[in-house]
Design a binder for this molecule. Sequence first.
Ligand code: GDP
Ligand code: MG
Length: 444
Amino acid sequence: MFENLQDRLGSVLKGLTGRGALSEADVSAALREVRRALLEADVALEVVRDFTAKVKEKAVGADVLKSIKPGQMVVKIVHDELVEMLGAEGVTIDLNAPSPVVIMMVGLQGSGKTTTTGKIAARLTNRDRKRVLMASLDTRRPAAQEQLKQIGEQTKVDTLPVIKGQDPVAIAKRAVQAAKLGGHDVVILDTAGRTHIDEPLMVEMADIRKVSNPHEILLVADSLTGQDAVNLARNFDSRVGITGLVLTRMDGDGRGGAALSMRAVTGKPIKLIGTGEKMDALEEFHPKRIADRILGMGDIVSLVEKAAETIDADKARAMAEKMAKGKFDLNDMAEQLKQMQNMGGMGGIMGMMPGMGGMKDKLAAAGMDDSVFKRQLAIISSMTRYERAHPDVLKNSRKKRIAAGSGTSAADINKLLKMHRQMADMMKAMGGKGKGKMKQMMSM
Ligand code: GDP
Ligand code: MG
């Protein structure tokens, strides 16, 4: 597991308790850790340098929001800058050209060109109701044309029949011609790669481009590409002129640093990502998700944002301490319910915590969802201070009085008490783990 940037920065900036503006020293210390996190995520060195310089410029002197720590503020600035550099969301394949629209797939051998060709063809066929023709221009590997033919059979997309002995440029011409005659809307050219960039490859790509006049030229790259990503993207872009990027194997363990590297040196949008071997494993690009992945921090950033708006840090800290001691009475519960409402309810909170998605279902199964928050708050406010601090004293006569006062029933009160016990148990379990997620969350 990669160490969370948040934790790292926590220790770097532990000594900083002051509020106000971020100093140059604060930022430099934090950026050392950011640089390490980016390199670990396989972002190319030169891109890391540019990036941290940009962040530094923005961060020095920035105001630290009340109720969050300087380190968190730096993370937020880093994250925002990363999202901005990764580019806009929802930029997808452009088919706005006369038919047949030519899409040319380029990239190194094994990067996923043929697979992605099939995925895009299947999507355009099934979702967008386009008539698509796929053509393999890979004459170097005998199995390549057969591979595309099989993908065509599987996805029910037309493939250009193979004529033995034709070179890639001739096949490209024939493919465009066949698409015109066949009434296809789109023709996808799946080119051959090499294990590394060389002159013959670049010449071949440029020649194919010349005869087929593609509207889109997509560079397909493995998201695990490390420091080479810059070289790769720069070469393909300057020699062939790409219109967009497709990152494959995002289903693997890679942190996606290649996305930032390639985007940074070409300025071309990341249009799609591959998330598996199957033909439907193709997704839109979401810069925020990739930024989170590069930094290794789940959705902590949005939690910081919301916390900055809604949580009173001092109250939260006191709560975290109580929880750590295993104390959680109905006053605390009321406080929690109010904060949860402010933060978008259970779904909002649990959805933002890494690894807490399942918790929401569990709580819902226990009858705890947003619609009951209000009623529960009404019940608690009908109790005396003493009752809130000592839920054990709530026997029948008191329940009757509270039910009347809050316009609920004894059964509602029992539900509330049950939920309180469950929350108290949950909090105790989390507080007891020392660095439990809830405690971490509350201390923000
Ligand atoms: P090409 O040489 O660029 O045409 O690469 P291929 O399309 O033949 O893909 C090489 C291998 O990578 C194949 O085994 C694919 O199934 C696999 N592959 C392609 N895209 C993905 C992806 O997004 N995720 C995973 N896990 N495997 C992929
Ligand atoms: Mg191939």
